[in-house]
Design a protein around this ligand. Structure first.
Ligand code: GDD
Ligand code: MG
Length: 346
């Protein structure tokens, strides 16, 4: 089977982290996020993936190229202007024409068992199968109502508070038969959630709901992005960065310098070429990119630092996300939940 990943939105809810980087390739535990989705698709034998891209395609191509390094073939379906989630699929159709396809929203991380979902889809012979999960607060998602046989009866994108009648939401994992593409107008902005799904239902096309109780996360806000790191360090997904795994659950890159009396406590990731000075502490659930410097007596806890961050001495960082080449001055304590974009100073 081939797959399409929707790699399009501007990631506005993730600013300032996404001011200079598309959200689909933000680093997650040392690798660009889409790597998790590529590995996920490879687990069911997918060899060809279409990146359906509406924003900063050159950045994504620079990371993945033709896909060879990741063991897949990547096609790029580019949009002159954002086409919306369904318009983007139509724009990718030429690469998958005539065959059923797996579609992923490019910002979700899940262990929905794709192989089982594919079997469910084949057995039911529906035009589409939607992966569904249950969440505590469904307001920010697409609500999906099912009948007793798990057929979708209603799709309600981002409902108002008084319209919330279920906690079951669209997980952004789909299986589509080729016929689905006939329901998408070509060359125009069209939404899967607001246009395509309601029109399939109106036309009495069967869409199956595959409900999953396991792991699911949309990484699209800084807080969810941060906590996804903790989940991965807790073992929800493998750490794909090519680091050495030490006995204290620290994943260590190459050429790291550790000063006297520095403390490293896992689970944590320390990227290539980091310098952890005397008496500094890297505490559990911290992820440091390449070339970060943590000066004397500073501590980093449950935080994510991108490449080249420099942290002065006597600094306390807890539950923060710092973009590339940020600089934190001596004797600074950042509030929990702080997020600094690339090159910011604090
Ligand atoms: N190529 C392309 N072009 N991709 C797009 C476009 C576009 O114009 N607009 C959005 N995308 C991509 C985004 O990059 C993302 O990977 C995916 O489509 C979903 O868009 P989001 O902007 O992240 O949507 P959302 O999170 O508010 O809601 C969607 O995901 C929820 C699950 O996380 C919907 O599908 C909801 O129904 C769903 O519950
Ligand atoms: Mg999203």
């Amino acid at each position: 089977m081939k797959a399409i990943i929707l790699v399009g939105g501007q990631g506005s809810r993730m600013r300032p982290l996404t001011s200079h980087l598309p959200k689909n390739i933000v680093p997650v535990c040392g690798v660009p996020f889409l790597t998790y989705q590529i590995e996920y698709l490879k687990s069911v034998g997918v060899k060809e993936i279409v990146f359906s891209i509406g924003y900063r395609p050159e950045d994504i191509r620079a990371v993945y190229g033709d896909g060879r390094r990741h063991g897949v073939k990547i096609h790029y379906a580019l949009e002159k202007a954002p086409l919306g989630t369904a318009g983007a699929l139509k724009n990718s159709e030429k690469f998958v024409k005539g065959s059923p396809v797996i579609v992923l929203n490019g910002d979700i991380l899940t262990d929905i068992p794709l192989a089982k979902m594919i079997n469910f889809h084949k057995k039911n012979k529906d035009v589409a199968t939607l992966g569904l999960v249950r969440v505590e607060d469904p307001t920010a998602y697409g609500l999906v109502l099912l009948d007793k046989k798990n057929y979708v009866t209603k799709f309600l994108e981002k409902p108002a508070a008084d319209e919330i009648v279920t906690d079951t939401i669209n997980a952004g994992v789909y299986l589509f038969e080729p016929e689905v593409f006939d329901y998408i107008p070509a060359g125009q902005n069209y939404s899967a959630e607001r246009g395509l799904f309601p029109s399939l239902l109106k036309d009495k096309k069967n869409m199956g709901g595959y409900v999953w109780e396991g792991y699911w996360q949309d990484i699209g806000t800084p807080w969810k992005y941060l906590t996804t790191h903790w989940d991965i360090l807790n073992g929800a997904f493998p750490v794909y960065a090519e680091h050495t795994s030490l006995s204290n659950k620290v994943y260590m890159g190459k050429g790291v310098k550790i000063g006297k009396g520095a403390l490293l406590k896992g689970p944590a990731i320390i990227g290539d070429g980091c310098v952890i000075a005397e008496g500094a502490r890297v505490l559990p659930y911290s992820v440091l990119g390449k070339g970060c410097v943590i000066e004397k007596n500073s501590s980093v806890t449950r935080s994510v630092l991108w490449d080249g961050v420099s942290v002065g001495s006597h600094v306390q960082l807890e539950e923060v996300v710092l973009g590339r080449h940020c600089k934190v001055l001596d004797f600074t304590k950042l509030a929990k939940g702080s997020v600094l974009g690339d090159h910011a100073k604090a």
